[in-house]
Write a protein that binds this ligand. Structure first.
Ligand SMILES: Cc1cc2nc3c(=O)[nH]c(=O)nc-3n(C[C@H](O)[C@H](O)[C@H](O)COP(=O)(O)OP(=O)(O)OC[C@H]3O[C@@H](n4cnc5c(N)ncnc54)[C@H](O)[C@@H]3O)c2cc1C
Length: 394
C-alpha cells in the first residue's frame, strides 16, 4: 500500500497497536461511551482527554524531541489521527498542540517557548484560533483587525468570527494588521492574546445542531504586550501559512469516514432494512473510501519523499469531507424514523431514552454540524481551485 521505509511502517503499525490497547485498557468508559454516542463533551472532558493523550506521549508526538515530542514521521502522525478516528474517539483538539505550538517552537523567542509550550503540551491552557473575520474567511488576507503600537503594547481593535471554543479559551492566536500597507506579506502580525484581557468579548453563535461550538470574538482596545508577538512585525502571513499547512494534514478524515461507514453497515444489518438499493449505496461509499485511503497513503508517501505537488492535502480534505457527509446522509436514511428527529435530550447523560439506537441522536447532531466540514479548514470550492491550478494547470 505504501512504499515508505520498512522502519517507518513498523513504527506506525506499533503506534496503532498501542492506541488500540490504550482504547481497551486506559480510556475511561464514560469517555468511550459518550464519544461512541456522539454526545456533547464539555471543556473538562476535552481537557481530561487531551491530558490522557499527553500522558502517553502522543498529544505532542509530532513535536521535535527538543520540545518534548517524539519527532514522529508523517506516517506516524497520520496513523495517530487515523487510528483514533477509526475507534470513534473524541476530537483531538488541534488549536494548541497542532497549530500554535509548532509556530511558537519554530518562530518564537526563547521566553515565548518556555512560557507557552509546557501549557500547550499539557492543555493547562486552552487555545482558540482567531483567523477568520466577517469578509475574511477564504480570502483571509482581507482581514481588518488592527493592532496599533503604543509603547511596549499593541492596542488591538477588530472582530473575529467562527472562533471555535473561544468560550473556553485562555489564549487566542490572532492575525492583525500592524500597518495599513495593502500587501498582507508586509502588514499582518501574529499575536497571542490573553482572553482575560479587558476589551475581549466572546459572543456565542448557535450552529444548526443546536449547540455552542463557535463564537464571535470582539476586540476593543485590547492591550497586547509586544512580547506576545510571534516573530517579526509584519511577517505574520508567513507564520499564518505555516500553520495552515499543519491545519490541512487532515489524517482524521479517513478514519472518521471509515468509522461512520462501519456503523452504517452495522445499522443496515441490524435494522432489517437491508435491500439491494441500500447495499448498492453502501458499496459505492465503500469504493470511495478505498480510493480516499489509497490517495491518503500516497499523499503521505510523497510528502515523506518531498515529491508532493502541493494539492494532496486539498484532495484529501475535499474528497474526505464530502464522503463523510454522504455516509452520514445514508446513515440518517437507514435509521428510518429515528433519523427524523434531532433528539437533543438523548445527547446528555440522564436525558430521555433515545428514539432508535442509543447513538441515533448523536449521529443526527454530528450530521447537522458536519455540514460545515466542507466550509471550515478551507471550503470545497477553494480546494477545487487549488487542485485545478496545481494538478491540472488551469
Ligand atoms: C463550524 C466552523 C468552525 C470554524 N472554526 C474556526 C476557528 O476556530 N477559527 C477561525 O479562524 N475560523 C474558523 N472557521 C471559519 C472558516 O475557516 C471559514 O468559514 C472558511 O474559511 C470560509 O470562509 P467564510 O465563512 O468567510 O466564507 P467565504 O469565504 O465568504 O465563502 C463563501 C462561499 O464562497 C465560496 N468562495 C469564496 N471564495 C471563492 C473563490 N475564490 N472561488 C470559488 N468560490 C469561492 C466558498 O467556497 C463558499 O462556498 C470556522 C467555520 C465554521 C463553519
Amino acid at each position: 500500500m505504501i512504499d515508505a521505509t520498512r522502519e517507518a511502517q513498523d513504527r506506525a503499525e506499533r503506534l496503532r497497536e498501542e492506541i488500540r490497547s490504550f482504547y481497551d485498557h486506559v480510556l475511561p468508559d464514560d469517555l468511550k461511551t459518550r464519544s461512541r454516542r456522539h454526545q456533547v463533551l464539555g471543556k473538562s472532558d476535552y481537557v481530561r482527554w487531551m491530558r490522557l493523550l499527553h500522558e502517553q506521549g502522543w498529544a505532542i508526538g509530532h513535536w521535535p524531541r527538543e520540545w518534548g515530542g517524539q519527532a514522529w514521521t508523517l506516517l506516524e502522525r497520520f496513523a495517530f489521527e487515523d487510528q483514533f478516528a477509526r475507534l470513534g474517539c473524541p476530537w483531538i483538539i488541534p488549536f494548541g498542540v497542532k497549530y500554535v505550538g509548532p509556530v511558537i517552537y519554530t518562530f518564537g523567542t526563547t521566553a515565548q517557548k518556555s512560557r507557552f509550550l509546557p501549557g500547550i503540551a499539557t492543555t493547562a491552557e486552552f487555545w482558540a484560533q482567531g483567523y477568520s473575520e466577517p469578509g475574511a474567511g477564504s480570502d483571509l488576507a482581507a482581514l481588518r483587525t488592527e493592532a496599533v503600537r503604543q509603547g511596549d503594547h499593541y492596542v488591538v481593535n477588530g472582530q473575529k468570527v467562527w472562533t471555535t471554543y473561544a468560550q473556553w479559551a485562555d489564549w487566542m492566536f490572532c492575525l492583525a494588521k500592524t500597518t495599513r500597507d495593502e500587501a498582507p506579506q508586509k502588514s499582518i502580525s501574529f499575536l497571542l492574546v490573553d482572553m482575560r484581557s479587558p476589551g475581549v468579548t466572546v459572543k456565542p453563535i448557535a450552529t444548526m445542531d443546536g449547540y455552542h461550538h463557535v463564537n464571535e470574538v470582539w476586540l476593543e482596545d485590547v492591550r497586547v504586550p509586544i512580547d506576545n508577538r510571534v516573530g517579526e512585525e509584519g511577517a505574520g502571513w508567513t507564520y499564518a501559512k505555516f500553520l495552515l499547512k499543519n491545519e490541512r494534514t487532515a489524517g482524521a478524515i479517513v478514519g472518521m469516514a471509515w468509522h461512520a461507514l462501519e456503523r452504517l453497515k452495522e445499522l443496515a444489518r441490524q435494522s432489517g432494512r437491508a435491500s439491494p438499493r441500500l447495499d448498492a449505496r453502501i458499496g459505492e461509499l465503500d469504493l470511495r473510501l478505498m480510493a480516499l485511503e489509497e490517495a491518503a497513503y500516497q499523499a503521505v508517501e510523497s510528502m515523506m519523499r518531498g515529491t508532493e505537488h502541493g494539492a494532496e492535502a486539498s484532495l484529501i480534505k475535499l474528497r474526505g469531507t464530502e464522503l463523510y457527509q454522504h455516509i452520514a446522509e445514508a446513515t440518517i436514511d437507514a435509521l428510518g424514523v429515528a433519523g427524523v428527529a434531532c433528539d437533543t435530550e438523548a445527547l446528555h447523560a440522564g436525558g430521555l431514552p433515545p428514539l432508535g439506537p442509543d447513538d441515533a441522536g448523536g449521529i443526527i447532531k454530528d450530521h447537522l454540524y458536519n455540514r460545515a466540514a466542507t466550509i471550515f479548514g478551507g471550503a470545497s470550492e477553494i480546494q477545487r481551485n487549488i487542485v485545478a491550478k496545481t494538478v491540472l494547470g488551469l
